[in-house]
Design a protein around this ligand. Sequence first.
Ligand code: DAH
Length: 340
Amino acid sequence: MSDLSELESRASAELAASADEGALRAWNTKYFGKDGEIPTALKRVGSVPPDERKSYGQNANRIKEALSTAYNAALSSAKERALEQSLATEKLDVSLPGRPTPRGRLHPSTRTLRLIYSIFADMGFQVYRSRDVEDDETNFGLLNMPLHHPARDMWDTFHTTTPGVLLRTHTSPGQIHVMRELCPSPIRVILPGMCYRYEQITPRSEIMFHQVEGLAVGRGISMTDLKGTVIAFARRLFGEERQIRIRSSYFPFTEPSIEVDIDWPKEDPNADRLTKGTGWLEIMGAGMVHPTVLRNGGYNPAEFSGFAFGMGPERITMLRHAIDDIRQFWANDLRFLRQF
Ligand code: DAH
């Protein structure tokens, strides 16, 4: 009996001293576990003299019930305290204004390119990508400029250390790739991409810039189709009232070759400077695909014809946003880029 009351007071004192859930669970194992002190005390009932057995048993059971009730109460209040504490320390004020994440933005050239894609998409042109590193043959030869052809001088070229491998000077070699891939199907694509020229960098010329090439090949395509396509494009890009003007020009890969101007609104204070007083502004080179180029692409020029054009999105962006220095595009000056 005295063992039992010693057990009760010791267990109660240790329970009271168990501060958190971990300590409480350790206490529970010690007293109520498989070989814990309470089951052991209960088992001892058999070795107690018969006349004390009944009261020993009753007493042991009472202690067991009392300790188990006290344990459960202590455990639930320990859990509650832990929860309150974590709520207090990890509190989140959802009404606080968020910390702004700096957002990037699209480069002005990308914005213009996407606009161009969407206008041509509406006219059924798909985007075709071709490589930046070209061979001499595709950049020049297959475009009707054999070695030593004087027209090659129109494009100052970055050559690599591998003979015959260069950075494309224009997107026109993409015409050869797309024709060879799709021949003999009709073609209606635009070919956007970066071009490279070994030039003096000035406010008006850069060594790298985008071009968007266009190519349509099929049966019965004529200059009228080119004209209609270009005027629809110019009106979507620059306004419904736009007129275009076609001047004859020369490119080795088109015959006839033209340059396309659009009229520039006289109300624009920059009109005189942009158009050099003429009221017209050049937006692209174009023409009917030369029979030799069609043949190099796999098409029989007696059966197929096509038109092509090439324009500069940076130039278009400069017009749309009155940017007066092309070097801004690749300078990565955030003060410039943040304006768009
Ligand atoms: N490739 C020419 C250039 O870089 C632009 C051009 C002119 C592309 C006429 C064409 C075209 O497709 O038909 O100056």
